[in-house]
Design a protein around this ligand. Structure first.
Ligand SMILES: [Mn+2]
Length: 285
């Protein structure tokens, strides 16, 4: 991966020590089941981020002034088990150092290790998952850490709330905690869904955003695009409320599979990351 920095050259990128926000690109996709290509997701998001306006109208803030450090990992192991350990160790030191971590995937299998590392510091953690898929398979393709098992592993660490779900197999359906799942179809029909999601969260929250939670008409660049997804304002509406009502301690945006002929989804992913940071740090000012 090229040495590029989130937010582009004009943003207040800094060294690790003075930054409050750590952007951590994790170009991992060895466990992809259908289309490969998520490994180039982080670079595409960072490249697009240089074109996102640094001023956010809605919050009237410039969150980059908190200091953003783009952390470069020099060796990413191939096996999902070893990668999970690398995520756990790095995330644990980020939060110990008082940093706010943002992981850019790569495929979804980077999340359990991140959650394990953060849980060391925040014992009452809840994970909020935005995703088309339940990801509750016990194991897949011989691994407990395949992207299809992400939420099965997360739920061994802490409680989770699942939003935007619209695809799973029967075995996963039996494993759902129905009181903590918001199907995409129900979201379209219910007005109070955001409040009900927020009510289920604890005070410390980690958010994992699988970009396939969006409808493929607005986010076509994912490995497994599922019709019937969320739109931009539904998604940022939820993120805004979560940032206001809970203490978000980190998040990831995963599964971008860039298409060189359509850069709009890359820009959307970069804008989503910057927008969520603007909501989270609005309180800090
Ligand atoms: Mn998914």
């Amino acid at each position: 991966m090229k040495d590029v920095l989130f937010g582009g050259n004009d943003s207040n990128w800094t060294d690790y020590k003075s930054a409050k926000i750590i952007v951590f690109p994790v170009p991992y996709d060895y466990t992809a089941t259908w289309q490969k290509g998520a490994a180039s997701g982080p670079e595409a998001i960072i490249e697009a981020s240089a074109h996102v306006e640094l001023y956010d109208i809605e919050t009237d803030t410039e969150v980059h002034l908190q200091g953003i450090h783009t952390f470069q990992l020099h060796h990413l192991p191939r096996s999902p088990e070893d990668m999970t350990q690398v995520m756990r160790q790095n995330l644990s030191s980020f939060v110990k150092d008082g940093k706010f971590p943002v992981m850019l995937g790569g495929n979804h299998s980077i999340t359990p290790g991140a959650v394990q590392g953060i849980k060391n510091q925040f014992s009452d953690l809840t994970v909020l998952q935005l995703d088309a898929h339940a990801d509750l398979r016990e194991s897949y393709n011989g691994s407990l850490f395949n992207h299809a098992c992400v939420m099965a592993r997360v739920r061994e660490v802490c409680p989770a709330v699942q939003v935007g779900i619209r695809s799973m197999d029967r075995e996963e359906f039996d494993r759902l905690d129905r009181a903590r799942v918001f199907f995409a179809r129900d979201i379209l029909l219910e007005e109070d869904w955001i409040d009900r999601v927020v009510d289920l969260l604890s005070s410390h929250v980690y958010v994992t955003i699988d970009l396939d939670v969006f409808d493929p008409s607005v986010m076509p660049s994912t490995g497994t695009p599922e019709p019937g997804g969320l739109d931009w304002y539904q998604t940022v509406g939820l993120l805004r409320k979560v940032a206001e009502e809970s203490h978000v301690v980190g998040f990831d945006a995963v599964e971008l599979m860039p298409n060189k002929y359509n850069k709009a989804p890359d820009f959307m992913a970069a804008k989503l990351v910057y927008k969520f940071l603007s909501y989270i740090f609005k309180k800090v000012k």
